[in-house]
Write a protein that binds this ligand. Structure first.
Ligand SMILES: [Zn+2]
Length: 113
């Protein structure tokens, strides 16, 4: 059976939830089809906005950057936990909303959307 691919990417917008003290993304129309023959935007956002992966280099001076990881490490089994309507999330709280607790192996990605 072919694998079912699920895109978990958050849509970016200027009112999206961002990390405290992080500037929300902005989108400026720089070119239009009617005026310029093509559409283009200037997008400004910090790298930890929306769906992203934190590389070890994010917090370690000599940590690996994402380009040093093989692409196949970003594809795998995942567990989706619906956290909508919750104001605060921690690993313990996430597991507390599940009954019974899941059997999670080390290779399982866990994504909260
Ligand atoms: Zn991050």
């Amino acid at each position: 059976m072919p694998a079912k691919l699920i895109d978990l990417t958050q849509l970016l917008n200027e009112k999206m939830l961002v990390y405290p003290d992080t500037t929300p993304p902005t989108f400026e129309v720089t070119n239009t089809v009617d005026r310029d023959g093509y559409r283009e935007h200037h997008i400004s956002m910090q790298s930890h906005t929306g769906t992203h992966i934190d590389a070890p280099r994010h917090i370690l001076r000599d940590g690996r950057s994402l380009d040093k990881f093989p692409l196949d490490q970003f594809i795998g089994r995942a567990m989706v936990i619906d956290c909508r309507g919750r104001n605060e999330i921690s690993g313990i709280k996430v597991y507390s909303v599940l009954a019974p607790p899941p059997a999670i192996d080390v290779g399982t990605l866990q994504v909260c959307i």
